[in-house]
Structure formats: structure tokens, C-alpha cells
Design a protein around this ligand. Structure first.
Ligand code: HSE
Length: 436
């Protein structure tokens, strides 16, 4: 049996999971591969902790660069994260003709084009199943299982932290700040949760899926990114009354004018399966022209689910080692010379439906003024909800759902509505997708 020597960079939560899972399931895994996979060296800043995990039979160092230069190592597993040292290490590993497995979504979304080009030139594989939705094999599904399809759109709940927060806000009627604190206390949200709650983590993952689905380069810098920090509990309640749930979706959609790539809170019909994905779970819905809708559900983070994806990549590499580079599955599903520069549309050019909440004076003609403005911008109303004003209040909430329209038309209408003397404060706008 061929040997495949693995150098593990980072033995924290995921690295520790990879080590343990490989140990506990090695017999089952080995029955599926033709190579003897062994972790032969580990690099981690915390040498004492690393030694505690791996014991004395495996080399442990705090110098990750030593591993990427080691001639005995065939594959580097990068689990350090971030886009600085991790990038240097991956680039060096490729230069030294080592295959790379990484769970690093930021690295792939931001520097993927450069990394794949270098890997292609050196004839090595770069595998990143764990970078999107943790344990859900969505990269494999998109790249291989759905290869016969023209993918039309993808919509994913691809950040567990924010899905946990949104689920709690809905269940308990609490506001964002309260739930965030609770999520941090329970360990669901990190001490610095910025990347999660501002939608950046989801945008990294959506960027990667868009590249594989549509055969376009990684274009993270063109993604529209909105998190959940401004979402009010009242909008979750109104959405529910109208038959919708609000989820943070990563959306990649192919249109005749280009690709929509966006992350933002989104109303989706409560009857859709994906609307019922609760807590820290992830789910990705994919629409292919032949297969129709498919849905992938599971844990998007955590030690063992992420290790499951990392080890699947390692097994893939053992299987493809003997194939010459051009007969392997292309990194981005499409052959490198077939990748197209389809533009990612600016947010004003996207088309979707909207939820609007307006605080309006409870007097004659207000609704007529608002509907007139919407109509003048070609925005058609799908549903309206108006609450009775609370006792002693002269204002009330008016909620409207619209049919699909271009975002720039919606923004122009909102600006005019906000200028009405009978409308107080800002109009709240949340995008709505039917996912049908
Ligand atoms: N922080 C991510 C989440 C997991 O909350 O889903 C890793 O991407």
C-alpha cells in the first residue's frame, strides 16, 4: 500500500478533530482508500497542547514553515485560518509540490484565484470541502454530483452563529444584542463575532460556491455583504404574521445580465424546508436546470463535522494521486480555460422582492401616497399589513411585501416615501426570496 504522509498545520478544535477522527475511524477509512494515510508531523504554536493530543510518536514543532519544506510530507492540511501566515504557508507548500487541504474559507474566497493558478502550474491538488458549510459535502455535490446541470441559483444558511441568533430572536421574541450576549455565553458566538454577525463569513462561503456553480473566478470583493446587527425583533414578528421567516442567506444567482452574489437577512416562506433550519445548523438549497431543487443540511461547524470534510478531501487526494493533473476534478468544477469572467452585478442591479416597514401617521391618504410612489417606480405590492394604532398613538406600522423589482427602483421609491411628512424615520427594507 502506498504511503501518504500528512503534515498538519494547527491542532486546535478542527485539527484535533482531524487527528482523533483519523485515529478512531482509520480501519473504516482505510477500507476505502488505496493509500496508508498518516499524520507524520504537526505544527502548532502551543507545543505542549499539541503533544498532549498526538503523543510522542509524531513530530511536533512550532515552525509550520519546516513542515511545508519537509521532503517526506506529501500533503499539507492547513487549519490555521486567516489570510496572512496561512497564505504564505499554502503558497510555499504548493511551490514545494505538496497537495493542500484547507478549511480556510477566507483564504480560498480572497486568494483562491492565485492559489489555484499556482497549484495548476505545479500539478498539485488544493481541496477545500471543509471551507463551506463544515460537514455538509456541498462542494462535492456542486462540483461533481450536479455536474450535468446549469446551476441557476444557490441559497444557503451558511453561518451557524447567525442562524442560532435568529432562531433565538424568533423563539423568544428577544432583540439582537440580548441574544448575541447569550450566544457568546454559550460558546455559539466568538468573543469577537464581527465576521459572523456582519455576514463576512457567509460571504466567503457564498463566493466559493458561486465560483464552482457558475465557472467564474472568486470575486469576494464584489459580493454585497449585510449582516444581522440591524435586524429588529419586530420585523421577525411581522414576517411571521405574513407567513415568512427571516434567515441570513448567502445567495448566488445567475441572471442574463450577470451573477448576483449577496449576503443579507432575507424573508423566506415559512413553508420552505430551508426556512425551518434552526439553531446553529446549516443548509444549502441549489437549483439546477435538470435536477430542480436539491437541499443539503447538516452541521456547518465544530470539531468532528469539519474533520469529516477534511478527511474526505484527504481520501480524494489518495484516489487522485495517480491521475495526471488534467484528468482530476478541476478545482472550480470547470476546466481552467473554461472559467468565464461573467460580471458580478452591483447591488442596484439585482432583482428580488421586498419587505418594507414604515412608521406612518394614522390619517387619510397616507396609504394612497405610498402606493402611488411605489407604482410610479414600477413596484407592485403583493401584501399589506397595517396594525391598529396603539391607544393614544397617532402613528402606526405599515408593512408591505412587494413583487420582484430591481433594487435601484426600490431604493428610489424608498427615498421618496421617506420624504413624505406623514412617514416617520427610516423605511426598513428587507429582501424577500420565494426560493420556489
Ligand atoms: N463561524 C462559522 C459559523 C463557522 O458560525 O457558522 C465556521 O465557518
Amino acid at each position: 500500500m502506498k504511503r501518504m504522509n500528512i503534515g498538519l498545520l494547527g491542532i486546535g478544535t478542527v485539527g484535533g478533530g482531524v487527528f482523533e477522527l483519523l485515529k478512531s475511524n482509520i480501519k473504516e477509512i482505510q477500507r476505502k482508500t488505496s493509500a496508508d494515510m498518516r499524520i507524520v508531523a504537526v505544527a502548532d504554536k502551543n507545543i505542549a497542547r499539541a503533544k498532549e493530543i498526538v503523543g510522542s510518536s509524531i513530530e511536533v514543532t512550532d515552525d509550520a514553515f519546516k513542515l511545508v519544506a519537509d521532503k517526506e510530507i506529501d500533503v499539507i492540511v492547513e487549519l490555521i485560518g486567516g489570510t496572512t501566515i496561512a497564505k504564505d504557508l499554502v503558497v510555499k507548500a504548493i511551490e514545494n509540490k505538496k497537495h493542500v487541504v484547507t478549511a480556510n474559507k477566507a483564504l480560498i474566497a480572497v486568494h483562491g484565484n492565485e492559489i489555484f493558478k499556482a497549484a495548476h502550474a505545479k500539478g498539485v491538488m488544493v481541496a477545500f470541502e471543509a471551507a463551506v458549510a463544515g460537514g455538509i459535502p456541498i462542494i462535492k455535490a456542486l462540483r461533481e454530483g450536479l455536474t450535468a446541470n446549469r446551476i441557476e441559483w444557490i441559497a444557503g444558511i451558511i453561518n451557524g452563529t447567525t442562524n442560532f441568533i435568529l432562531s433565538e430572536m424568533r423563539d423568544k421574541g428577544l432583540d439582537f444584542e440580548t441574544v448575541l450576549k447569550e450566544a457568546q455565553r454559550l460558546g455559539y458566538a466568538e468573543a469577537d463575532p464581527t465576521f459572523d454577525i456582519e455576514g463576512v463569513d457567509a460571504a466567503h462561503k457564498a463566493t466559493i460556491m458561486s465560483a464552482i456553480a457558475f465557472g467564474i473566478p472568486m470575486q469576494f470583493e464584489k459580493a454585497h455583504v449585510e449582516g444581522i446587527t440591524k435586524l429588529a425583533a419586530i420585523d421577525i414578528r411581522y414576517a411571521e404574521q405574513l407567513g415568512y421567516r427571516i434567515k441570513l442567506l448567502g445567495i448566488a444567482k445567475k441572471t442574463s445580465g450577470g451573477v448576483e452574489l449577496r449576503v443579507h437577512p432575507t424573508l423566506i416562506p415559512a413553508k420552505r424546508l430551508i426556512a425551518n433550519v434552526e439553531g446553529a445548523m446549516n443548509a444549502v438549497q441549489v437549483f439546477g436546470d435538470a435536477v430542480g431543487t436539491t437541499l443539503y443540511y447538516g452541521k456547518g461547524a465544530g470539531s468532528e463535522p469539519t474533520a469529516s470534510a477534511v478527511i474526505a478531501d484527504l481520501v480524494d487526494i489518495t484516489r487522485l494521486l495517480s491521475a495526471d493533473a488534467e484528468h482530476r476534478v478541476p478545482y472550480l468544477a470547470f476546466q481552467p480555460d473554461a472559467v468565464q469572467n461573467t460580471p458580478v452585478l452591483p447591488i442596484g442591479e439585482i432583482t428580488t422582492s421586498y419587505y418594507l416597514r414604515m412608521r406612518v401617521a394614522d390619517q387619510a391618504g397616507v396609504l394612497a401616497d405610498i402606493t402611488k410612489i411605489l407604482a410610479s417606480h414600477g413596484v407592485s405590492i403583493d401584501a399589506l399589513l397595517q396594525k391598529e394604532a396603539d391607544e393614544g398613538e397617532s402613528q402606526t406600522d405599515l408593512v408591505a411585501l412587494t413583487h420582484e423589482t430591481k433594487e435601484k427602483n426600490m431604493l428610489a421609491a424608498i427615498k421618496e416615501i421617506q420624504d413624505l411628512k406623514t412617514v416617520a424615520g427610516e423605511v426598513v427594507k428587507i429582501r424577500l426570496e420565494n426560493l420556489s
